[in-house]
Design a protein around this ligand. Structure first.
Ligand code: NAD
Length: 360
C-alpha cells in the first residue's frame, strides 16, 4: 500500500510525489470528456503551481473508448505533441480511463511512467489498484492488456461528489465485497457507518477507500499475474453478476449492483456448500437490504429470470473456452475460497431462487 495515497486535498502533494518517485516534471494528462469538464482546471492549476509541465488529451467518456482504435489515436496525438519517455501519463477518470491510460502507458515507446488518479468509487477501490490495464475487442471485454503497475495512485475522495448516487452504491458494493471475503472487522465498520459512506462523509469515505485499496493490493501482491488462484477471491459474486450483466446486455444493472446481487446468491450457495452460520448470513442480508437497487431493472434482469436462464448466461463464455463454472464461496465472513469441485446446478439454482425471494 506504500504507493497508494488517499487524502484531501490530494493534488497539493503531486509535486512532492513526482520528486519522491523520481519522475521528471512533465505530464501527459488523460481525461474522458466528463472528467475533463469536471477536473481539468483544478488539476492543471495545481500542476502549474508545482512547476510540472503538461499536455492534455481527452477521449470520449464511455466503455467504447477502451479500444485499440482509441489507443492508436492517442499514440498519434502523443507523437504530434512530442510526448516521449520523459513524460508521465496521468490517467484521470473512472475505470475506462484507468484501463485505457494504463494500456497506452505500458505500450507507447515501450512504456511511460504512469500515475492513476481515479475519479469514480469503483476506480478508487478496484480498477486503479492492482496494475491490470486493458482494451476491449469486439469479441469480448478486457481481452488485450498488460499487467503494468503505476508509480503511484493518488486518490482524492472529494472528486466523488459529482457522481450519480447509483455509482456510489455500485462502488460501495465492491467495498462490502472486501469486508466479506477478507476482513470481518471491516464489516463491523461498514455496519456502523454505511449511511455516512453513501453520503460521502469524511473521514468515513477516506477510511473505507483506504482499507479497500489496502485489502486489494495485499491480495494482488500475493498473486501479481493471477496465476496462483489467490486473486480469484476478488471475484466473489462475479459469476452470478456476469450472468445478470449478460442478460442486461451490459446496460442494465451497474457492475457493482450486479455484484451485490451476485454476492447474495454466492452467500446462499456458501450456506449450502460450506455450512455458513445462519447468524452470519443474516448479517449479510441486513447489509444487502441497506443498498437501494433500481427495481425495474432488477426485476427485468434478475427477478423475472429463471435460474436456468441465469446459469446458461454464466456458462456462455466458459463453454467457449472449455472452462468449468467456478464460484468463490465463504466459509465465514472474512474468509473466502474458490470452489475446487463442480457445484451441482441444483444448488446454484436454489441459491438464485433464495436471492430472488429475498430481493422481491
Ligand atoms: P467509467 O470510467 O466509464 O466511468 C463511469 C462514468 O462516470 C463515465 O461516464 C465517466 O465519464 C463518469 N465519471 C467519472 N468520474 C466522475 C466523477 N467524479 N463525477 C461524475 N462523473 C464521473 O466506469 P467505471 O465504473 O469507473 O469503470 C468501469 C471500467 O473499469 C470497466 O471498463 C471495467 O472493465 C474496468 N475495471 C477494471 C478493473 C481493473 O482491475 N483494471 C477492475 C474493475 C473494473
Amino acid at each position: 500500500m506504500k504507493n497508494i495515497f488517499v487524502s484531501t486535498p490530494a493534488l497539493s502533494v503531486l509535486g512532492k510525489l513526482f520528486r519522491e518517485y523520481r519522475l521528471r516534471p512533465k505530464a501527459a494528462l488523460l481525461f474522458d470528456s466528463t472528467t475533463e469538464k469536471l477536473f481539468q482546471k483544478k488539476i492543471t492549476q495545481e500542476l502549474k503551481h508545482q512547476a510540472i509541465e503538461f499536455k492534455t488529451f481527452t477521449v470520449k467518456s464511455g466503455e467504447k473508448s477502451k479500444s485499440l482504435r482509441t489507443a492508436e489515436s492517442l499514440y498519434s496525438a502523443f507523437l504530434k505533441e512530442g510526448i516521449d519517455r520523459s513524460y508521465t501519463l496521468i490517467a484521470c477518470g473512472g475505470g475506462v480511463v484507468g484501463d485505457l491510460g494504463g494500456f497506452v502507458a505500458a505500450s507507447y515507446m515501450r512504456g511511460l511512467p504512469l500515475i492513476q488518479m481515479p475519479t469514480t468509487l469503483l476506480g478508487m477501490v478496484d480498477s486503479a489498484i492492482g496494475g491490470k490495464t486493458a482494451v476491449n475487442l469486439a469479441e469480448g471485454k478486457n481481452l488485450i492488456g498488460f499487467f503494468y503497475e503505476p508509480s503511484f495512485t493518488l486518490i482524492e475522495p472529494e472528486f466523488l461528489k459529482t457522481l450519480e448516487a447509483r455509482d456510489i452504491v455500485s462502488g460501495c458494493a465492491e467495498i462490502l465485497k472486501y469486508a466479506l471475503i477478507l476482513d470481518a472487522p471491516f464489516l463491523t465498520f461498514l455496519e456502523s457507518h454505511f449511511e455516512k459512506l453513501l453520503k460521502l462523509t469524511p473521514p468515513y469515505t477516506h477510511q473505507a477507500i483506504r482499507r479497500s485499496a489496502q485489502l486489494k493490493s495485499r491480495v494482488v501482491r500475493l498473486d501479481l499475474k493471477e496465476t496462483l488462484g489467490i486473486r480469484a477471491k476478488l471475484n466473489f459474486g462475479h459469476t452470478f453478476a456476469h450472468a445478470i450483466e449478460t442478460i442486461g446486455n451490459y446496460s442494465g444493472l451497474r457492475h457493482g449492483e450486479a455484484v451485490l446481487v451476485g454476492m447474495l446468491c454466492a452467500t446462499y450457495l456458501s450456506d449450502k456448500t460450506m455450512g455458513m452460520k445462519s447468524r452470519e448470513i443474516k448479517r449479510i442480508e441486513a447489509m444487502v437490504s441497506r443498498f437501494t437497487l433500481p427495481k425495474s431493472i432488477l426485476t427485468r434482469d434478475f427477478l423475472n429470470q429463471s435460474p436456468e436462464a441465469l446459469i446458461a448466461a454464466m456458462q456462455s463464455d466458459k463453454k467457449k473456452s472449455g472452462k468449468q463454472l467456478r464460484f468463490v464461496l465463504l466459509s465465514k465472513i472474512g474468509s473466502a475460497k474458490l470452489s475446487e469441485s463442480q457445484i451441482p446446478f441444483k444448488d446454484v439454482s436454489k441459491a438464485i431462487d433464495k436471492a430472488k425471494q429475498f430481493l422481491s
